[in-house]
Design a protein around this ligand. Structure first.
Ligand SMILES: [Zn+2]
Length: 188
């Protein structure tokens, strides 16, 4: 079991209270059932209808996560791998896109991409392979590799520019644990 307690520093800034996506008003959201609310949160506030959209695979995987709301959680989210993902009040204060980025990060913990990395690659100075010495504030190998998974989906140009040395290991790990492959890595 893995408990991720390192705080995550998203690229965007928290946008207090505004977490209703594009065409969904606050009142429409309030009328949704609890299940629909959770589905809406997990989709990043976007309904994907194009079956050729590669994000559909990501969306399905994220929707399958057992996510529970923990009102006492200090971090925005935490994962007990293979068991559940917990989201807290900080998570709910983020804009939709950042929520999806966080859930993508937590999904990689859930499916033990970090464990795979530490077991099979064990590069304890993975941060040295990033240009800034960290990736979105993540500095430890397990956190860097799961954050790289989220960034590969949501900001591939940033990952390619700032951590090109991670791409091959990341791709190997994604194949090994069976996560959806981000388009960036499909031809690497
Ligand atoms: Zn984490």
């Amino acid at each position: 079991m893995y408990n991720s307690n390192q705080p995550r520093v998203p690229k965007g800034s928290p946008d207090g209270g505004q977490w209703i996506g594009g065409h969904t008003s606050r009142s429409a959201f309030d009328e949704m059932s609890a299940n629909d609310k959770m589905r809406f949160i997990k989709s990043g506030g976007e309904v994907l209808e194009d079956s050729t959209d590669p994000r559909l695979e990501l969306s399905k995987m994220v929707n399958a996560l057992p996510v529970v709301i923990n009102p006492n959680l200090g971090n925005e989210a935490t994962t007990i791998s293979g068991v559940r993902v917990e989201i807290g009040p900080k998570f709910q204060a983020y804009p939709k896109q950042i929520q999806l980025e966080i859930l993508t990060h937590e999904a990689a913990h859930f499916h033990e991409l970090d464990m795979w990395y530490l077991k099979n690659k064990a590069d304890w100075d993975l941060a040295a392979r990033t240009k800034a010495g960290h990736l979105n504030g993540q500095t430890t190998p397990g956190e860097i590799i799961v954050e790289a998974y989220s960034v590969a989906w949501h900001d591939p140009g940033f990952l390619r520019a700032n951590a090109p040395g991670l791409l091959r290991d990341l791709r190997d790990g994604i194949i090994a644990v069976g996560l959806p492959m981000p388009p960036l890595l499909r031809s690497t």
